[in-house]
Design a protein around this ligand. Structure first.
Ligand code: HDE
Length: 668
């Protein structure tokens, strides 16, 4: 079966859609309801009567609306799209969607935070989930990844401990969606395998600007297996076409109040506007014969393969082009499972991967209430499903065959497929032991590699993050324990954090100076497309100059919003947002187009100063320079003024942020 774009999945979903209509209301049994505003009662002021089946059904359904939220990754946002292959990978894998470039595979992606509840804010310091379901013609393949390439622990059996440590503390359920508390850092100090991932968590990667500007990683080493049964190790990478960009911590704290749905809204709006997020799917390939050529173990999920050692090979592109129509039915009920693979893709013995193979199916059974959840529209494969598994809660199909066992001589049955999934024939040989391989012992080298690879501003952000987090830790012994590990990562990191904590950094061992430049976010693809720009206007602004600038920016894909002291219009320009209803933190850049009125308003000067503090491009046209003067900006890096600023300003916005500004004199 060939699929053209996501049409095939669309057609399948169409069968299950219930469009909005004005037809009369019925009960779930199809009986028409004459009044849904008044319950049935004995007399006008009398008690409600049990036989009111409409009341009982309505309230019962309401009482049962919730399903358990995910234990982790509870808060998420989803989108449909399609995957197209650049070149056939026939030498590497037999998976049809990776060997036939004429196939466009429908996908559904769910992005998520990890620690917070379903209702928590988007922009917390956390790992982001990046889970993709490929509806291939050979069955569903789920790539259930994160936006960091490593994980906190090396063995699945530690997952409940780790999650319990990072989640709110059990006695008072505080804090929500935060790692800045004693139990998380206690776990870190006692379990140094977390340290590499903790470096990522303290970096700007943990506060992405957008799901559209975030990398994704399969984390574990997987296997590709070709038609001849030969395997190659593979690491999966998603690379966003817009580059990998982050927010800044102070901004994040303010966004949480201004727009807790910041990342979710950004994804939704971009797709509604037709600015479809795109990601390259890349692979790092290692021949089986080179398994032991590295200083780390390929099976250790706390290690990356530096891109300088094994380059990334782009193999295809994913485009997200359609929003779900029903959050619960699609985004909440989607069930990912690491074990959903198709022929040509296989696992390795990474002990974290192996643990996950158990967990995902198990969790869906509870969350989705029984074994028939693969029949839910969002989970249903496009490939035909045929087997003798039957019954269970919520069976939606009526299997007509009189036999549900194989083999049988009565009514056909399902013979095993000759070209079915064949597990890679890895030779396994060993004694049963509860022990980790010594090749998993080095917890520091790649944490050091990460630190060494950062630009100076990225290092500053990491130190500030450690100080914020450890500043929320009550127990001094935990802070000292963490400092001990930081000293083994890098003396500069340890001494800067120790200074802020008023503690002494212990002497660490000598550390290596190797770096992997690909880990830094300093040099990213630049684009003004989809960047959100606030144009500050007030009565008296030269509307002509604003319109001309806006047109030039929008031609390049930027999104401009006019922000003014009142709603309605300024001159003949419609106002999008009122100054007291928004803050600079929800924009990527600011243009001041009036100074006469706005420089007298504290809210306007703060708007500009705050955007400057967060490293954003600032523009001024006409009397807008007066507003910049009133905001007392301590520098002019990324500040563009003049009559014709469209091009230089667009370039400044595309640069994302100007982190080398000295903002120490601006209020925190
Ligand atoms: Fe998950 N993880 N995980 N995880 N994970 C879940 O499955 C688990 C791990 C990831 O948008 C749960 O359906 C264990 C690594 C994503 O629906 C659960 C271990 C990576 C999502 C579960 C890990 C992930 C989940 C919770 C250690 C990155 C959200 C609800 C052995 C490669 C998927 C659910 C979505 C969700 C278990 C570690 C990614 C409990 C036991 C490593 C993106 O089954």
């Amino acid at each position: 079966m060939k699929q053209q774009g996501d049409d095939a999945k669309n057609r399948q979903l169409d069968e299950d859609r219930v469009p909005a209509d004005d037809l009369p209301m019925t009960t779930d049994q199809g009986v028409r309801v004459d009044d849904t505003d008044n319950s049935l009662r004995a007399g006008l002021r009398g008690p409600t009567i049990m036989e009111d089946f409409h009341f009982r059904e309505k309230i019962t359904r309401f009482d049962h609306e919730r399903i358990p939220e995910r234990v982790v990754h509870a808060r998420g946002a989803g989108a449909y799209g399609e995957f197209e292959l650049y070149e056939p990978l026939t030498d590497l894998t037999s998976a049809r969607f990776l060997t036939d470039t004429s196939v466009r595979t429908p996908v559904f992606v769910r992005f998520s935070t990890v620690g917070g509840s379903r209702g928590s804010a988007d922009t917390v310091r956390d790992v982001r989930g990046f889970a993709t379901k490929f509806y291939t013609s050979e069955g569903n393949f789920d790539l259930v990844g994160n936006n960091f390439p490593v994980f906190f622990i090396q063995d699945g059996v530690k997952f409940p401990d780790f999650v319990h440590a990072v989640k709110p503390e059990p006695h008072n359920e505080i804090p929500q969606a935060q790692s800045a508390h004693d139990t998380f850092w206690d776990f870190v100090q006692l379990q140094p395998e977390t340290l590499h991932m903790v470096m990522w968590l303290m970096s700007d990667r943990a506060i992405p600007r957008s799901f559209r500007m975030m990398q994704g990683f399969g984390v574990h080493t997987f296997r590709l297996v070709n038609a001849a049964g030969e395997a190659t190790f593979v690491k999966w990478h998603w690379r966003p076409k817009l580059g990998t960009h982050s927010l800044v911590w102070d901004e994040v704290l303010r966004i949480q109040g201004n727009d807790p749905d910041f990342n979710r809204r950004d994804l939704w709006e971009a797709i509604e506007r037709g600015a479809f997020p795109e990601y390259d799917l890349c692979v790092q390939l290692v021949p089986e014969s080179s398994e032991h050529d590295f200083e780390f173990d390929l099976l250790d999920p706390t290690k990356i393969i530096p891109e300088e050692l094994v380059p990334l090979r782009p193999i295809g592109k994913m485009t997200l082009n359609r929003n779900p129509q029903n959050f619960f039915a699609e985004t909440e009920q989607v069930a990912f499972h690491l074990g959903n693979v198709v022929p040509g893709i296989d696992f390795t013995n990474d002990p974290l991967l192996q643990g996950r193979l158990f967990s995902y199916l198990d969790t869906q059974l509870l969350r989705l209430g029984g074994p028939n959840f693969p029949q839910i529209p969002i989970n249903r494969p496009l490939a035909d499903v045929r087997n003798d598994q039957r019954d269970g809660f919520h069976q939606h199909l009526i299997h007509e065959s009189r036999t549900s066992y194989a083999p049988n001589s009565i009514s056909g049955g399902h013979p095993a497929a000759t070209e079915g999934y064949r597990h890679y024939q890895e030779r396994v040989d060993g004694s049963k032991i509860r022990k980790r391989s010594p090749s998993f012992d080095d917890h520091y080298s790649q944490a050091t590699l990460f630190w060494n690879s950062m630009s100076s501003w990225e290092k500053e952000h990491i130190v500030a993050a450690f100080l914020f987090e450890l500043g929320h830790v009550e127990r001094r012994t935990i802070k000292e324990g963490v400092l001990g590990h930081l000293a083994s990562i890098h003396p500069d990191l340890a001494s800067q954090v120790a200074r802020g904590l008023g503690l002494q950094a212990p002497q660490g061992p000598r550390v290596h100076a190797t770096a992997s430049p690909a880990l830094s976010q300093a040099d990213q693809p630049r684009s003004v497309a989809t960047r959100k720009i606030a144009i500050l206007m007030a009565d008296g602004t030269d509307a002509g100059a604003v319109k001309a600038l806006r047109q030039r920016l929008e031609e390049q894909g930027a999104i401009c919003e006019v922000v003014a002291p009142h709603e309605g219009r300024v001159a003949d320009v419609p106002v999008d947002r009122q100054l007291s209803a928004v803050n600079s933190v929800v924009y990527d850049a600011v243009v001041a187009s009036d100074g006469a009125v706005l420089s007298q308003l504290g809210r306007a000067t703060f708007f500009v100063a705050e955007a400057f503090k967060h490293g954003k491009a600032i523009g001024a046209v006409g009397t807008g320079t007066l507003l910049l003067d009133a905001a007392r900006l301590p520098g002019d890096q990324g500040v563009v003024k003049g009559d014709d600023i469209a091009q230089p300003f667009a370039e400044a916005v595309a640069a994302h942020r100007f982190f080398d500004r000295d903002v120490t004199t601006l209020p925190a």
